[in-house]
Write a protein of this length. Structure first.
Length: 206
């Protein structure tokens, strides 16, 4: 089935997420803490790195390794954010135990929004969006990923999706990406509503 130009399974909004094993993550200093309470905010970040033209999966894996090394050098236990999206639209698991926790409706406490890590889940988007446009592949994956998280955690996208700067003093996720958050919320809501309709139709025809 296709909704808004993106393929969805009738009962599953999840994008393909490349695991830590896929991108060859280093072992964390300690296992991430998993709590039962679901997050109530999805925090959109940008990496503030070069706007690479390399959209390959190999580049996406290298990006995740680079982010992890940077965060470990800062003295953190592991990658700070739970998910990362490359400019090529590849979605990677970030902090250890994140993917399993999401699928179980639980929350891995990260290190991506100081003072708000207990109740937020972070998506790091490759690039610097202070002035540059957001690549189409990254944007589509961000919509899919936010729809999946809203579905898993039963969140209202209009309330849940925020920018990093909404929580702490920072320029992140850049003026361009931040300015598109209303559009992101609307597209995620459309995807969720479309999935509900598809499920209802499948149930009636089953």
């Amino acid at each position: 089935m296709t909704m808004g130009g993106r393929a969805f399974a009738i009962d599953d909004l999840s994008p393909h997420v490349h695991t830590r094993r896929d991108w060859k993550a280093l072992p964390p200093r300690r296992a991430a803490r998993v709590i039962r309470a679901a997050p109530d905010r999805i925090v959109v970040h940008h990496t503030e790195t070069a706007n690479s033209k390399d959209t390959s999966l190999a580049h996406a894996y290298a990006l995740s390794r680079s982010i992890q090394r940077f965060h470990l050098r800062r003295g953190w236990d592991d990658t700070g954010q739970q998910l990362t999206i490359s400019r090529g639209g590849h979605v990677m698991e970030g902090r250890n135990r994140s993917l399993a926790a999401i699928r179980a409706g639980r929350h891995v406490v990260g290190a991506q929004a100081k003072g708000h890590n207990e109740h937020t889940i972070g998506i790091e988007n490759e690039g610097d969006y202070s002035r540059s446009r957001v690549p189409g592949r990254l944007w589509s994956s961000l919509v899919d990923t936010c729809a999946w998280l809203c579905d898993e955690y039963r969140l209202d996208p209009f309330h849940a999706i925020v920018g990093h700067r909404d929580l702490v003093t920072t320029d992140c996720p850049g003026d361009v990406l931040y300015g598109r958050l209303p559009e992101l919320r609307a597209q995620v809501a459309e995807a969720l509503n479309g999935d509900v309709l598809l499920r209802a139709r499948a149930w009636r025809s089953g």
